[in-house]
Ligand binder design. Structure first.
Ligand code: 6PG
Length: 225
């Protein structure tokens, strides 16, 4: 695990995304508010993303043009401004948690096989140390044997059902990259990446099986680590 503290980690994350895209990689994007600036910076570099495929770590069960949709945010900030856009496999939140999870599981297995390996997977960290839509004290964090789980009840706001990659799927990437900013995440950073990590934090279990883990923090998020 490599932890890097930068004044503006969004720049470094944008570099990683652009590099993976230009190499035609399988890229997992995340939602929430933290990655938006990294997406905008990556879009401004206007690389050729046409050989790449974009996936999502999790989604809220809303239509794809809804203000809470992770796809809508990534699409506005990154995907739609690109001159040479990637192939996009979005989670269909509008299907609801169970059907949406089933459809995404099928899409992953069809395109990447039963043991998918994404090249770069960007993740955020919740203030409660959740990752993707795997929340502490909720059963989906313990799901094995499936790549995607339906999450009928979220562990925090926004309180809408979710679809999420499971921990085994999240750990299957070649390069897992966390982007965490802001003082309200400092305690969660300690729980997820401290020594020892707190096992009640779902993010503490995202450790690539055979790959690299890079954590980008700004100074506020790094305050308690
Ligand atoms: C979501 C996410 C989630 C997010 C963290 C951090 O759909 O909510 O994908 O896991 O990454 O909650 O979110 P913020 O960046 O908004 O703090």
């Amino acid at each position: 695990m490599e932890i890097t503290v930068l004044e503006d980690p969004a720049e470094a994350v944008a570099d990683l995304l652009v590099e993976a895209a230009a190499a035609g990689g399988q890229i997992v994007l995340t939602g929430g508010s933290s990655p938006k600036r990294a997406y905008e910076i990556a879009a401004a570099r206007d690389a050729d993303w046409s050989g790449a495929t974009v996936w999502f770590s999790d989604e809220r069960c809303v239509p794809p043009d809804h203000e809470l949709s992770n796809f809508a945010m990534a699409n506005a900030a990154l995907l739609s401004p690109l001159a040479s856009p990637p192939h996009v496999e979005r989670m269909q939140g509008e299907l609801g948690p169970e059907a949406g999870a089933g459809a995404y599981e099928a899409a992953i297995r069809e395109r990447l096989g039963n043991e998918p390996r994404w090249d770069v997977e960007l993740l955020g960290l919740g203030p409660d140390a959740h990752v993707a839509s795997l929340f502490p004290a909720k059963p989906e964090k313990d799901v094995t044997g499936r790549l995607v789980a339906g999450v009928p009840e979220a562990g925090m706001e926004p309180q809408v059902p979710r679809i999420s990659l499971t921990l085994p799927a999240l750990c299957a990437a070649r390069h897992v990259v966390f982007l965490v900013t802001g003082a309200e995440k400092a305690e969660a950073v300690r729980r997820a990446f401290g020594d020892p990590p707190d096992p009640t934090s779902p993010a503490a279990h995202v450790r690539p099986t055979t790959g690299d883990l890079t954590v980008f923090l700004d100074p506020s998020a790094a305050a308690s680590w």
